[in-house]
Design a binder for this molecule. Structure first.
Ligand code: GDP
Ligand code: MG
Length: 297
């Protein structure tokens, strides 16, 4: 059947279903349609505290990476907000190439791999996307990575405990993000990727100090920056994006595998040094429960 010659008709048959079924179906379609952002740009803005980059409710984020730089107290924070890496259920290798070229001669201090806390898992796509990152930036990138899960202020069905849900969700993702799943190399096997929860919504709950908090009480902005700092200071090397890395062979370039799903896994980079000042703070503080759970891996 040729898609090009097909006329797309309005789905009238849906009206034959009982209203309750219609409602459910439309709700599900709404979810599928929401291929748009997972909250990368919103997270950039939350960290910076300004509307520095464009947030788009429906699709069409810019196809190009954007760098935002801010200086304070002797530090310059450079954040690169990238387009998503998934398009129509595929890994978009063109987008990855664009990002690599944008980063040429720059240093990646931290990679933030952004996804939604509240989406369903589609294992194969997880695998593809994490693999594509590894193939393009090298497995060492995961030592400089953290997973950011947005939409963390979710209401859970029934009795499902928030902490349990979060650790299950991050474990599912880390199964693929952890390089140990595809490499036998010893030096990286023991490594882990920290998971941080984020709620960018203006309706995020606040504590008595007016800080945005997660359902578990964590003030998430300082917690995110703290985790970024920990990753920067964890003793691993920052990744210099040189010509070789940008132009090097990409084993994934050849065949795109058809994956019939539409959830977006997307991420952005943070590059260049930041915020050493909170180093000592970070070292002292205990991990929240959900962060501890993920470290078991
Ligand atoms: P990007 O495409 O990954 O950069 O995603 P955007 O930052 O543009 O966000 C896409 C949509 O999701 C926008 O309508 C945002 O307002 C919304 N959004 C982003 N992060 C959150 C979040 O943590 N919670 C909620 N409720 N909405 C969010
Ligand atoms: Mg965006």
């Amino acid at each position: 059947m040729s898609m090009a010659s097909q006329v797309i008709r309005e789905w009238m048959g849906i009206q034959q279903f009982p209203p309750a079924t219609q409602t459910k179906l439309l709700e599900l379609l709404g979810k599928l349609k929401q291929e748009g952002g997972v909250g990368k740009s919103s997270t950039v803005n939350s960290i910076i505290g300004e509307k520095a980059v464009t947030v788009s409710t429906f699709q069409s984020e810019g196809p190009r990476p954007v760098m935002v730089s801010r200086s304070r107290a002797g530090f310059t924070l450079n954040i690169v907000d990238t387009p998503g890496l998934i398009e129509g259920g595929y890994v978009n290798y063109h987008a990855i190439q664009l990002i690599k070229r944008f980063l040429l001669n720059k240093t990646i201090d931290v990679l933030l791999y952004v996804d939604r806390l509240d989406v369903y898992r589609v294992d194969n796509l997880d695998k593809q996307i994490t693999r594509a990152i590894t193939d393009n930036f090298g497995e060492q990138i995961w030592k400089r990575a953290l997973i950011v899960l947005t939409h963390a202020q979710l209401s859970l069905p029934d009795r499902l405990d928030y902490e349990v849900f979060c650790s299950k969700r991050s474990e599912a993702l880390l199964k693929f993000v952890s390089p140990s799943t595809w490499t036998k190399k010893k030096d990286i096997q023991g490594s882990f990727v920290p998971v941080v929860l984020v709620e960018n919504s203006g309706r995020c709950a606040k504590n008595e100090n007016d800080e945005k908090v997660l359902p578990n009480g964590t003030a998430w902005i300082p917690n995110l920056v703290k985790t970024i700092t920990e990753v920067v200071l964890n003793g691993s090397k920052a990744l210099v994006v040189d010509k070789k890395l940008v132009e090097g062979p990409n084993p994934n370039e050849k065949g795109k595998i058809l994956i019939p799903v539409i959830f977006a896994f997307q991420y952005f980079f943070i590059i260049k040094p930041l915020i050493r000042a909170i180093k000592s703070d970070a070292a002292k503080e205990a991990k929240p429960v959900w962060a501890r759970a993920s470290r078991k891996l």
